[in-house]
Design a protein around this ligand. Structure first.
Ligand code: NAI
Ligand code: MG
Length: 356
């Protein structure tokens, strides 16, 4: 069989984004051919550095350039001096929306070899997935400010929830729960936010009626945050709006060790457009340029891309190499070790070769 060619748009971005991208590509080149995949990289230097030179995070036709790729890999964008809303609204949000990447999938899983900052009960484990709505909700452009700088100043920002938008993310989460342990927690705040959140609850339960095998529980977001810490073992799949999901997944990443290992995928589940895979962490200007960034978040993210490409066995193989690296004790300083980015990546490669 001739290998399947997969074109991947690569946006390393700023700071440690570029430092973790390079080893991840090397690892994909190692594992791809074993599973009949041949990668072609399409590099894009879009970043805050690009913004300071050109006044744009990406070229005007950036979305068109990406549209021809099968998938997108992103390191991280953001740099001191460029306001964070510029990097977010100039690159990430346009990509997520143009390609209908309406699911932001973020596994929260305690890997072997990681010391959990929470005290778990005997036999308790943390292994759940947050499905964050990624296209609408609280992150909207509807609103404005008037009477700027005066005593009468007003700022208004509207949340936008659509039946189509809530239905499709609920359906994705329910399908995922069906394929796992059959339990879905839905994040709400229908006591305080009296229009959009009761609407969210109603639509989630309408869709859930078609999934008798999945048990659905609603949690107010504040109580849910507390339950993450008190009883993390009870969660299987969690579905949340854009803002709630954003906050919950940083909490989730902290619960399982380090933001340096947390992965995420911005998915277009119908596969009509490219999906975008990026670690949860940012560009970490405080450690950039020192060669100590943990590459495991980017590498686990690459494993999610293999899953989405329809090669879960390749994804699982890569994740086992990550786990083997962690248990062997080769770690970057964020996990209490002294290894460099390159040494950790090399250890992953060795475990992959051993497994072959
Ligand atoms: P951050 O995730 O970059 O860093 C938070 C802390 O975690 C820092 O102390 C950093 O050193 C550490 N850290 C993060 N990733 C690590 C890794 N792989 N290995 C070891 N340590 C790691 O978040 P922060 O500081 O809030 O944001 C920095 C910049 O990144 C900002 O400009 C922000 O807008 C941007 N950012 C971009 C994201 C993206 O591209 N999707 C996501 C989050 C932040
Ligand atoms: Mg975030």
């Amino acid at each position: 069989d001739s290998p399947r060619k997969v074109t991947v748009a690569v946006i390393p971005g700023d700071g440690i984004g570029a430092e973790v991208m390079e080893p991840a590509l090397g690892i994909l080149e190692e594992i791809g051919p074993r599973h009949g995949l041949e990668f072609a990289w399409q590099h894009h230097g879009w970043s805050c550095e690009h913004y300071t030179r050109t006044g744009r995070m990406m070229p005007a036709d950036g979305i068109d350039q990406l549209a021809g790729a099968d998938q997108i890999l992103l390191g991280a964008v953001g740099f001191p001096g460029v306001p964070d809303h510029v990097s977010l609204w100039g690159l990430l949000i346009p990509i997520r929306r143009a390609f209908r990447q309406y699911v932001n999938l973020r596994p929260v899983r305690l890997l072997p070899g990681i010391e959990c900052p929470l005290r778990l009960r005997e036999g308790e484990d943390i292994d759940f997935v947050v499905v964050r709505e990624n296209n609408e909700g609280e992150y909207s452009e509807v609103g404005g400010r008037v009477y700027r700088g005066t005593e009468d100043e007003i700022a208004v920002q509207e949340s936008v929830f659509t039946r189509r938008g809530v239905t499709r993310v609920a359906r994705y989460a329910l399908d995922l729960a069906s394929s796992r342990r059959g339990s879905l927690a839905s994040a709400t705040k229908s006591n305080g936010i009296v229009h959009t959140m009761p609407f969210w609850d109603e639509v989630v339960h309408e869709v859930a009626a078609g999934y008798p095998g999945v048990e659905v529980a609603d949690y107010h977001i504040d109580a849910l945050a507390a339950q993450f810490v008190r009883d993390p073992g009870r969660f299987d799949v969690v579905v949340a709006s854009n803002l709630f999901g954003d906050i919950l997944t940083d909490l989730g990443a902290a619960m399982v060790g380090s933001i340096g290992i947390a992965p995420s995928g911005n998915l277009n589940p119908e596969k009509e457009h490219p999906s975008m895979f990026e670690p949860v962490h940012g560009s970490a200007p405080d450690i950039a340029g020192r060669g100590v960034a943990n590459p495991l978040g980017m590498i686990w993210t690459a494993s999610m891309m293999l899953d989405h490409l329809g090669h879960p066995e390749a994804g699982a193989e890569l994740l086992s190499a990550v786990t083997a690296t962690l248990t062997s004790g080769v770690r970057t300083p964020d996990l209490g070790g002294s290894a460099s980015t390159g040494e950790v990546a090399e250890a992953v490669l060795e475990h992959l070769r051993d497994a072959a």
